[in-house]
Ligand binder design. Structure first.
Ligand SMILES: Nc1ncnc2c1ncn2[C@@H]1O[C@H](COP(=O)(O)OP(=O)(O)OP(=O)(O)O)[C@@H](O)[C@H]1O
Ligand SMILES: [Mg+2]
Length: 224
């Protein structure tokens, strides 16, 4: 397993109440797979993804990346892990609006400490790969929703992470564009051996997964 949790829970305290967003979640993600996390709105998908991607801490339980336990690592080491081994595609795209597609990807490479001399070529290569070579000079705000989503994918994969987390990457897209994105994920998994974990509630996308976990009210209720 490239990623594993045992007995993870996450409580949120707000307005004098406690929300049990995750309860006793034990899952594993095999390397080189496209794994999906499904469940209704509010079931805990984003919460779990953020914990797995070292953006948040569980309230109880353990999280492993490879053999390393990451939920108890000092923040500095978690930061290095995120910048070097992980790529993140957020539920809202989060590109820098007045930077071009190319600049968005190049900027991500800069943050990850990618060698300066190779940044240009790598950013262009990733934009080609997702079919945006011709649009690389367009500012993010001038791109369609689907194009922006693809720039976010290029940015998430450019620094050669071993694992990509994608939170509802197809939610803003029509079914056809959504399928193009997920097929691209399949290709990245099959050709480059990447591991991708994405959340979705779209049955059309779930068909393309190697492995699916279903969350309901913070509990894993099924696996296939
Ligand atoms: N920071 C927070 N403070 C308080 N409650 C939170 C916080 N973040 C999430 N929650 C609650 O935890 C539960 C799970 O939220 P989460 O965002 O993980 O759901 P989700 O499955 O990603 O939903 P969606 O499909 O709408 O994105 C929800 O009930 C939500 O209100
Ligand atoms: Mg969510």
């Amino acid at each position: 397993m490239i990623l594993k949790t045992t007995g993870v829970c996450r409580d949120f305290h707000s307005g004098g109440e406690t929300v049990h967003a995750l309860q006793d979640v034990s899952i594993g993600v095999k390397p080189g797979t496209l794994t999906m996390l499904r469940g209704r709105s509010g079931s805990g998908k984003t919460t779990l993804l953020n914990i797995l991607g070292a953006l948040d801490y569980p309230s109880c339980g353990e999280v492993y990346f490879g053999k390393e336990r990451i939920d108890t690592l000092p923040e500095k080491k978690r930061d290095t892990l995120r910048r070097t081994k992980i790529g993140f595609i957020f539920q809202s795209v989060a590109l820098i609006a007045n930077m071009s597609a190319y600049e968005n990807v190049e900027f991500g490479l800069r943050l990850s400490g990618y060698p300066a001399a190779q940044r240009r070529a790598r950013a262009e290569e990733c934009l080609e790969l997702i079919g945006l070579g011709k649009r690389k000079g367009h500012r993010a705000q001038e791109l369609s929703g689907g194009e922006q989503q693809r720039v976010a994918i290029a940015r998430a994969m450019a620094h050669n992470p071993s694992m990509i987390f994608a939170d509802e990457p197809t939610a803003e897209l029509d079914t056809q564009m959504g399928l193009i994105v997920v097929r691209l994920f399949r290709e990245m998994v099959e050709k480059q051996g990447l591991t991708i974990l994405m959340t979705t509630h779209d049955p059309n996308m779930i068909e393309l997964a190697d492995h699916v976990y279903e969350l309901h009210d913070g509990v894993i209720i099924s696996e296939r």
